[in-house]
Design a protein around this ligand. Structure first.
Ligand SMILES: O=C(O)CCC(=O)C(=O)O
Ligand SMILES: [Fe+2]
Length: 351
């Protein structure tokens, strides 16, 4: 696989694979990427078409089930969501194309952390952050994506094609995210739009393509270390290889790829907004020796200066506010300080 060779090429110049070893034995991936046990089958799965079609008592019962599942897990799959299958396949195809490009081309769009823009290529090897990963990020906003696209694709036709695809895919993810957030508001009785109002569509929707090349030491190196997502909600599409794991009740559970589904997880902001009813679980990406893996992750982020606090609908005598009011930036800064090492960022903001 070309990309593994690419990583080796950079490794050859700067680091050796030992530099990637997860040094704390407690962080090492004890559950292999495809060790799906019964717990994997218990990750909740929402059938969106059925929920959409429900009404009256039937809907009430369904929403109660949804509420119980999401409040326990904060991590679920959605199926029958209606996102165009061809759009998903085409997106996966052009995204794979990015990582198949030669290293020189990818490095043209390498993101310098000090530049203030996220759009472009990121590489764990270049950043020396221990992630055995390449990634490509952009806000859903086409003007942001265009900056990176113009560095990667040589012809104006190709640029036009990827810009259009990226926009269509981002819109589909935004529609899905909005529907899920509104469903969560409905199930929890949050009638004032508190889960959705801090988000600004296009400008605060980040689409990130993660590429994990095969790794000769999957028991010692991680694709993405244990972390919680700092955002409101995340929608993840993974290919058939497998590698996403989540930590529930101190046990790592491998999330089995389910064709046609998306994985949805509650982010730190939504845990605060929901006054702890919805948990933001730690998760990570583990590697394997044979196959590269792709995930496409859409993050719904609040505006930079948003103040996040528990929704008044979820605070009462029995459930006092669990968190102080905070700025979104405080969560980001805390996560950076903890080096995204799986520590409980939100514990800093509890009252
Ligand atoms: O690739 C995966 O399965 C996980 C990626 C992830 O958690 C992230 O990008 O935040
Ligand atoms: Fe994540």
């Amino acid at each position: 696989m070309g990309t593994a060779a690419n990583l080796d090429a950079i490794l050859g110049e700067s680091l050796t694979i030992e530099d990637y070893y997860v040094t704390d034995p407690g962080d090492r991936p004890t559950v292999p990427h495809n060790a799906y046990d019964d717990a994997s089958d218990t990750i909740p799965c929402l059938h969106l078409a059925r929920i959409r079609a429900s009404s009256g008592e039937d809907r009430k019962r369904m929403l109660e089930e949804v509420r119980d599942a999401v409040c326990e897990w904060g991590f679920f799959r959605v199926v029958a969501h209606g996102v165009d299958e061809k759009l998903v396949d085409d997106t996966v195809a052009w995204a794979r194309g990015i990582f198949d490009m030669d290293l020189e081309t990818k490095l043209k769009s390498l993101v310098d952390d000090s530049s203030g823009s996220l759009a472009g290529y990121h590489c764990g090897v270049v950043k020396q952050n221990k992630s055995w990963q390449e990634s490509f990020h952009s806000w859903a906003d086409p003007s942001d994506f265009k900056i990176a696209a113009e560095k990667l694709w040589p012809s104006s036709e190709e640029i036009k094609y990827v810009l259009e695809m990226h926009y269509k895919f981002s819109m589909a993810m935004e529609e899905l995210a909005l529907e899920i957030l509104q469903l969560l508001e409905e199930t929890l009785g949050v009638t004032s739009g508190d889960f959705t109002r801090h988000w600004e569509r296009l400008k605060r929707t980040l689409v990130r393509f993660n590429w994990y090349p095969p790794c000769e030491e999957p028991g010692l190196v991680l694709g993405a270390g244990s972390h919680t997502d700092p955002d409101i909600i995340t929608i993840l599409l993974q290919d058939e290889v497998g590698g996403l794991q989540l930590l529930k009740d101190s046990k790592w559970i491998a999330c089995k790829p389910l064709h046609g589904s998306f994985v949805v997880n509650v982010g730190d902001c939504l845990q605060v907004l929901s006054n702890d009813f919805l948990p933001s679980l730690q998760h990570r990406a583990v590697l394997n020796k044979e196959k590269a893996r792709l995930s496409v992750v859409t993050f719904v982020l609040p505006k930079v200066n948003a103040t996040i606090e528990p929704s008044s609908h979820l605070v009462d005598e029995d459930h006092p506010a669990a968190f102080r009011r905070l700025m979104f930036e405080e969560i980001i800064n805390a996560a950076k300080e903890m080096k995204f090492k799986g520590k409980e960022v939100l514990s800093l903001f509890r009252v």
